[in-house]
Write a protein that binds this ligand. Structure first.
Ligand SMILES: [Zn+2]
Length: 254
């Protein structure tokens, strides 16, 4: 079985056919999905979905793209004791879309790092053109908090730093794209025990379905590609990355 550790099934893209999407995932042996919140509304929808569907779990956080929208980090505390809320995020820094509000982005990320300490929940971290800055902010808490650098988009040296920090590397659809030598090198070199598989649905649809809405079932293609790169059996890749996800997010065996 496979766990899609990062999907935005709380977006309206899935309003009409969530049951169909989950059914398709099960057929691909993707039997659990972590639904990722990004601000207050999507956080609440993620929890609601997790309450309605056994196979779904939720995270709550404030994504760096939403820090200006009057988002209150304190409110996350209302959700963090919920039995199906498994992590804080996604949070982090994104200097690709905006670099004019770096101080605010860092302030909101710092508060979520402190929540991770207080509640002992893993962090789901988003970085774009900002790995070093995010790394520097987490470093003082090394050994005390953990999490994943989701949709890893930096280089091998940074991947090694993330692992050294005790964090996981999240691998998504782009591993199936052509001309992705950096990411392939990371998958080749980093031990599988530090890798999580994810889709980032509805974004980042893997080959051969690029251009279509992404779905958790497509995690299977990420697993297959990792198996090919590491010259491993697909079932071993599925079972090791699933163990990683269970360990990080404290998801029990069925
Ligand atoms: Zn995401």
């Amino acid at each position: 079985m496979i766990i899609d550790t990062h999907a935005h099934l709380n977006m309206e893209d899935y309003d009409l056919d969530i049951d169909y999407v989950l059914g398709k995932a099960l057929k691909q042996e993707v039997s659990k999905v972590i639904v990722i919140g990004m601000e207050d509304v999507s956080n609440r929808v993620a929890i609601k979905l997790a309450e309605e569907h056994d196979m779904l779990y939720a995270t709550v956080g404030i994504h760096p793209g939403y820090v200006d929208d009057d988002q209150d980090v304190e409110r996350l505390k209302d959700y963090l004791n919920h039995s199906k809320v498994v992590a804080i995020g996604e949070c982090g820094l994104d200097f690709y879309w905006r670099d004019d509000n770096k101080i605010l982005q860092k302030d909101v990320f710092q508060k979520q790092i402190e929540l991770a300490m207080e509640y002992q929940k893993p962090l789901v971290i988003h970085t774009r053109n900002s790995f070093q800055e995010a790394y520097d902010m987490v470093l003082p808490y090394k050994g005390q908090i953990t999490g994943v650098f989701h949709c890893f988009s930096s280089d091998l040296d940074d991947a090694k730093k993330a692992v050294e920090l005790g964090f996981m590397i999240g691998i998504d659809g782009p591993i199936t794209f052509k001309n992705n030598e950096t990411l392939k090198k990371i998958v080749e070199q980093i031990d599988l025990k530090h890798i999580l598989v994810e889709t980032d649905s509805p974004y980042l649809t893997p080959a051969p379905y690029r251009g279509k809405r992404n779905e958790p079932g497509n995690t299977r293609y990420v697993v297959e590609k990792i198996a090919e790169i590491k010259r491993m059996d697909i079932h071993d890749v599925a079972s090791i990355t699933t163990d990683n996800a269970r360990r990080l997010f404290h998801i029990k065996e069925d």
